[in-house]
Design a protein around this ligand. Structure first.
Ligand SMILES: NC(=O)c1ccc[n+]([C@@H]2O[C@H](COP(=O)([O-])OP(=O)(O)OC[C@H]3O[C@@H](n4cnc5c(N)ncnc54)[C@H](OP(=O)(O)O)[C@@H]3O)[C@@H](O)[C@H]2O)c1
Length: 258
């Protein structure tokens, strides 16, 4: 469902917005919320996608310039036709940030952990970004400044013990980003991967120390988007390229304990 924005809070519209219209998935919480708010405050026309209608309404009440779309990304079959509707409603849509994600912290042999849960996590984290990319690509290829942003994780590079499916989805999204970048070379569509460290959000509530705030994480993603990088290493994830090259054993050991 589409909720029309009530007004453009910035006098003069979006003339000097640093990015064209941007769809942020998972914008009702954590990093996605911070991304949507910071982009909107910078004058970027934002479409916030979330599952919960109530949380979307709360977001729009606070930030009337943000448009919202309610959508369950686990319903993959519905995504192509929804994407067509969004493009009709927002013909200036040019940037898509695939941020929505879930993480089941479960061992594969956990009693009661059923196949349907595995499927839902893979669908939300990996299949939905790929299907939405496919559905939006023709439109994006005709838009100046078109950019596809995939939010991955340090766990795509060094897995932890307790969430094998999550690690697999993020590793998949990492390689999808790389392959898509090869496919779209010269097409005018930029493909960016933002690699997150541990960030303080509802997803990581009650675990981990030294977490980056969602606001700082979002700020670094936006700074990276305004720069030229293909990969935005956020916060402590900046150490990953170095660790993977020079001390992969140390990294694997540290992650395996988690
Ligand atoms: N937090 C970290 O430490 C960390 C580290 C590495 C990577 N990441 C990645 O960063 C991204 C954001 O994570 P976060 O920590 O900000 O998580 P979060 O606070 O739990 O927010 C997750 C968002 O995804 C949305 N979402 C979940 N399932 C959905 C579905 N079926 N359909 C539509 N939207 C759905 C949620 O919307 P509703 O609540 O409205 O359903 C929510 O807005 C994820 O891709 C995550 O894997 C996070």
């Amino acid at each position: 469902m589409y909720t029309k924005p009530q007004r453009d809070a910035r006098p003069g519209g979006h003339q000097s917005a640093p990015l064209p219209r941007t769809l942020v998935t998972g914008a009702t919480s954590g990093i996605g919320y911070a991304l949507a708010v910071q982009l909107a405050q910078a004058g970027v026309p934002v479409v916030a996608l979330g599952r919960s209608q109530d949380r979307l309404q709360a977001l729009q009440q606070r930030f009337p310039q943000i448009a919202t779309v309610a959508c369950d990304l686990a319903d993959v079959a519905a995504l192509p036709s929804l994407a067509r509707q969004w493009v009709e409603q927002f013909p200036d849509l040019a940037v898509v940030i695939h941020n929505a994600g879930v993480q089941d912290n479960l061992r594969m042999d956990e009693v009661g952990y059923i196949a349907a849960q595995v499927r839902v996590e893979v669908d939300i984290n990996l299949v939905a970004p790929m299907v939405l990319t496919q559905a939006l690509l023709a439109h994006l290829q005709a838009r100046p400044g078109a950019t596809i942003v995939n939010i991955t994780s340090g766990l795509a590079f060094a897995p932890k013990r307790t969430s094998a499916v999550y690690c697999a989805t993020k590793a998949g999204l990492h390689l999808f980003s790389q392959a898509l970048r090869l496919q779209l070379k010269g097409s005018g569509v930029r493909v960016v991967e933002a690699v997150m460290p541990l960030v303080d959000t509802p997803m990581t509530q009650g675990r981990g120390k030294g977490k980056l705030s969602a606001e700082q994480a979002a700020r670094q993603v936006i700074e990276g988007l305004l720069g030229q990088q293909d990969t935005i290493w956020v916060g402590k994830a900046r150490a990953l390229p170095w660790l993977l090259r020079l001390a992969p054993g140390v990294l694997a050991l540290a992650m395996a304990r988690m």
